[in-house]
Design a protein around this ligand. Structure first.
Ligand SMILES: [Mn+2]
Length: 229
């Protein structure tokens, strides 16, 4: 039986557009993605591909609370889930801290804050999260050492891609590149968060953000990915 991977990324629940806090509407959109995941829990894996919220603004707390509530809800309904850290989620504190840490205590919720493979009932996923410098890794080596996987999901950068709001207003952290050639050689479906416009770039599927976050995103069509594999 094929697995249904529901991939969503770049919620940026702390986002402010022209002085308007976007929290309420983005959480509503996130809950709709959750409803889709819940509609067929047995064969679904919910994947959050990074960038929940910056750790700095005080409003990060309600963003973390919303994510915890959603993760708890998914767990209650029996949906497998994995949450990757993005470049906005991590702190450079030397301890590998990030805004997804509280989700670790939810039973059945996987937080992928290091490169790793995960086995679910219906398939295998390799996570290539963005990490702080103190937890830095070589994505090329990580993919080369991977076993067979169905999906490789990252929150890294793609060389040569057209920049959007993730690169302008939402710049944060350093460049760590998605190992496109090595990942493609595995035969897995390739997915990467970070970029706010839904697109396919060099064979890598990008879900895009759940909302238009700046005026530069006006032509974006926010959504999520459903990968059957
Ligand atoms: Mn990002």
């Amino acid at each position: 039986m094929a697995t249904r991977w529901i991939v969503t990324a770049d919620w940026h629940l702390d986002a402010v557009t022209a002085s308007v806090q976007r929290f309420d509407e983005i959480v509503l959109a996130a809950r709709q993605v959750v409803e889709v995941a819940k509609s067929d829990p047995v064969r679904t894996v919910f994947v959050f591909a990074g960038d929940l919220t910056d750790p700095d603004p005080p409003r990060c707390w309600r963003a973390v609370a919303a994510a915890a509530e959603i993760a708890q809800h998914l767990a209650y309904h029996g949906v497998d889930q994995v949450w990757l850290t993005g470049n906005h989620d991590v702190l450079e504190d030397g301890h590998g801290s990030h805004t997804l840490m509280p989700l670790r205590s939810i039973e059945g919720c996987i937080v992928a804050d290091e490169p790793r493979e995960y086995t679910f009932s219906g398939g295998r996923l390799m996570a290539l999260p963005y990490t702080a410098r103190s937890r830095g890794y070589n994505p090329v080596a990580a993919v080369r050492s991977a076993g067979p996987v169905d999906l490789i999901v990252g929150h890294l950068m793609l060389e040569g891609i057209g920049p959007g709001s993730e690169t302008t207003d939402f710049a944060r952290g350093r460049d760590v590149f998605f190992p496109v050639a090595q990942a493609a050689a595995t035969g897995a479906v390739l997915v990467n968060g970070h970029y706010h416009r839904r697109q396919t770039y060099q064979g890598v599927e990008i879900p895009g953000s759940l909302a238009r976050l700046t005026r530069a995103d006006v032509a974006n069509n926010p959504g999520f990915l459903e990968v059957i594999r």
